[in-house]
Design a protein around this ligand. Sequence first.
Ligand code: XMP
Length: 516
Amino acid sequence: MHSRHSEWILILDYGSQFTQLIARRLRELHIYCEIHPFNVDLTEVSQPTPGGVILSGGPMSVNDDEAPHLQKEIFDWDVPVLGVCYGLQLLAHTEIPGSVEKAEKREYGRANLLIDNSEDLLKDIPNKSVVWMSHGDHIHELPESYEIIGHTANAKVAAVRHKENHIYGVQFHPEVAHTDHGKQLLQNFAYDICGLKGDWTSKSFIDEQVRAIREKVGTDKVLCALSGGVDSTVVATLLHKALGDQLQCMFVDNGLLRRNEFENVMHLYTRDLHLPVRGVDASDLFLERLHGISDPEEKRKIIGNTFIDVFEKEIDHDSDFKYLAQGTLYPDVIESVSFKGPSATIKSHHNVGGLPEKMKLDLIEPVRELFKDEVREVGKELGIPEHFIGRHPFPGPGLGIRVLGDLSKERLDLLREADHIFIEELEKQNLYDEVWQALAVLLPVQSVGVMGDERTYEFTVALRAVTSVDGMTADWAHLPYEFLAHVSNRIINEIKGINRVVYDVSSKPPATIEWE
Ligand code: XMP
């Protein structure tokens, strides 16, 4: 399914680590945009024709043999083009091969932009504002068809425009936060130069998706696996709005959920959101299959396969489902299409991978163009309660990957209690929203303690709380000592079987957020 907003910008990716940020900044300006690899088949991105094209930065030199090239056919669309860093060099190189060369001094970091012409791209940007540079090559010979509109002390060509066509380029990165007026520059490009209105909002997104879902699905039936998380809940609510009874949701208790999670979430789904959801208690089956398993990837595999088995058994075979709805997000999509290729699998995060093939279902992924915070905005617009929208991420394999070593019901129960105390205290002391994710891990070691006059030999719980933007990198949260002391006391006093609590002070990388 592809239902593009009618006004949009195409971002061609040349591999820069900042490409996603261009999309983020444009979306903040309510401009719909998509990132595609530089060599995308242009027929895939020409309906409707984009209102503008941005060529991203990239790690290579345009003079390298293997350097990614420019598809000149984009100029046939006759829409404005903005080249950023590598993108700019590519524009120059395409016109005059050899016009880009290695700079004597590589330029990384801050520079002051001196403006030579503030008519269009650099409108409303103060002179000498800070811009962020990151390049080893520079343009030593600017094609005659271009003129310089901005420079810095080290870069004679920092911003240019074509003398006749709406083609622009900047050597610095307007998309990074360190470039003071970068957003203004992108706004000038999108609003003034491309003439876009900036009318892409959660509400317009919902209206468009509802229309597109109806068109795609027709009178067929859609199955949606709910996880209790924000993404799948937003997807189900959106589908329900579009399809009503043609949607059937399923929420499986795999025995690896938090305390009272199954009841609480079922309550939200049925009473607050009126979703057609079937709750299935499959905890015995999951726990039986997982008993004694200690290898993390094996746990994930068993959990994923058991989900599929439960689904197959539970769905009403007469009802003939044609589609499976999933809460795939934009970062997953970009990761898999980028020309750099998918990054190495560190942990397999696909909880029900294999289900669509096995059940011969087509996928429907209505939020695959959104970032996490945009999904949250859409969720709010759909009337999902705020406290639910703000929940921390929770992995599909749940507490199964937080009981380290052998899994058993007893160990899961110990962890469930510790997790409950930790999260409850974070909420009580208004720290829950300060951290991106918080969790407790049950370690497979016992150690000696003393309680009253008695020697104990019990388990250790590790607490972990992190700050992060997207979960890709994270730092340990600097929670107050008093708070940690209080949580530790409660866990040790209230849970028989735990006599030691430690706090995880590792960042990601090199550690990961979960312990398994
Ligand atoms: P890591 O541990 O890789 O976690 O730093 C990053 C984020 O992903 C979540 N996570 C998972 N989510 N299935 C999921 O749905 C998984 O197997 C899985 N493993 C990790 C983790 O909770 C964190 O938010």
